[in-house]
Design a protein around this ligand. Structure first.
Ligand code: ACO
Length: 317
């Protein structure tokens, strides 16, 4: 499998730390020091499905294909306005594709899980050109009076088109059920027969636990993938990590004893966009001309579950 097209979309509204200071007991200094985030993009009137569809159109155009050339669509998404139908079905209709579609929810690691599924489908010969989209609006899962959480997130959609080829070198997925450190629960419609107590609450996160688990698991995945492929850390041109928090990225770089110049980041301008963060950053690097043919790129993500996913691929465009 190789990547042949990339595209992304972020909402129009820029929400700065100074704007958060207006209604929260917080400060630009606290947020910047603890997270590295200065501003994020947040959905106002946009529909996430429109952003996802536009990111998909851009990736397909970048690949030089038409929507009807796409054989399969996988969308990574945690929440949107619909429980059903899936976001991938909505995207299919919006872009005019005709293929089968499926959504995957592996939280912030979802894009890597989706890529891995695409690789399997291509290897099995069941599909040739696959659209992988990650579209997320985590700003809709948090309580906006909770200063510890709402300052962390932003919204966005990123997409890639993959096809047969020799770009995807190796991957590693792990899941360790640890559901109590990060979750968001929604109450379902009542029935006349429900007798159990059901909770509905904004996102809960044990920040310190997530921080520690993220650094340890991502460092472990990166080390394992390098060992598996016989590569050394310096062979990787860009470590494109899930953009949750600048301090997490710095801690992983330090663990690997690598200079931060190998760790591109945009969390300072985008906040944590869940599984969309990696394709958003990839598209930024691509648009800025920072990806050269032959570059080895390592992507690593971690998220609620606790899920982790990492892969190494070569830039072949
Ligand atoms: N502004 C000002 N003060 C704040 C804010 C805020 N926005 N948020 C919390 N505080 C206060 C707390 O109330 C606490 O005050 P107290 O000492 O009087 O009780 C103090 O700051 C310290 O709070 P902690 O939660 O202990 O702060 P910590 O240093 O752990 O930083 C943070 C919190 C930034 C969330 C950190 O734990 C973290 O980065 N965790 C990783 C979480 C993450 O990135 N999650 C991403 C989402 S999940 C994912 O993508 C997998």
């Amino acid at each position: 499998m190789k990547i042949i097209g990339v595209g992304s979309v972020v909402p129009q509204k820029v929400l700065t730390n100074a704007m958060l200071e207006e209604f929260l007991d917080t400060s630009d200094e606290w947020i910047t020091e603890r997270t590295g985030i200065s501003e994020r993009r947040i959905i106002t009137s946009e529909l996430l499905e429109d952003m996802a569809s536009e990111a998909a159109r851009r990736a397909i155009a970048d690949a030089g294909l038409a929507a009807t050339d796409i054989d399969y669509i996988i969308c990574s998404n945690v929440v949107n306005e619909y429980i059903t139908p899936s976001m991938s079905c909505i995207i299919q209709g919006a872009i005019g594709a005709k293929c089968a579609c499926v959504d995957v929810n592996a939280a912030c690691s979802g894009f890597i899980y989706a890529l891995d599924m695409a690789d399997d489908r291509i290897k099995s010969g069941k599909a040739k050109n696959i659209l992988v989209v990650a579209a997320e609006e985590p700003t809709r899962m948090v309580d906006w009076a909770d200063r510890a959480l709402c300052v962390l997130f932003g919204d966005g959609a990123g997409a890639v088109v993959v096809t047969e080829g020799e770009g995807y070198i190796a991957s590693r997925l792990t899941t360790a059920s640890k559901t109590s450190c990060l979750y968001y629960q929604r109450r379902l419609e009542p029935t006349p027969y429900i007798t159990k107590e059901e909770k509905s609450a904004p996102m809960y996160m044990n920040g310190r636990d997530v921080f520690k688990t993220a650094v340890l698991s991502s460092s472990r995945d990166i080390t394992a993938l390098l060992k598996q492929t016989g590569l050394v850390p310096a062979d990787i041109k860009h470590y494109v990590l899930h953009q949750a928090n600048m301090r997490i990225v710095e801690a992983i770089a330090s663990y690997l004893k690598l200079d931060m110049s190998h760790f591109p980041h945009n969390v300072e301008r985008r906040g944590n966009t869940s599984s969309a963060s990696i394709p958003l950053l990839l598209d930024e690097l691509y648009q800025e001309g920072r990806l050269q043919r032959g570059d080895k790129i390592l992507m690593s993500a971690f998220g609620a579950g606790f899920t982790t996913g990492a892969c190494i691929f070569e830039w072949t465009k």
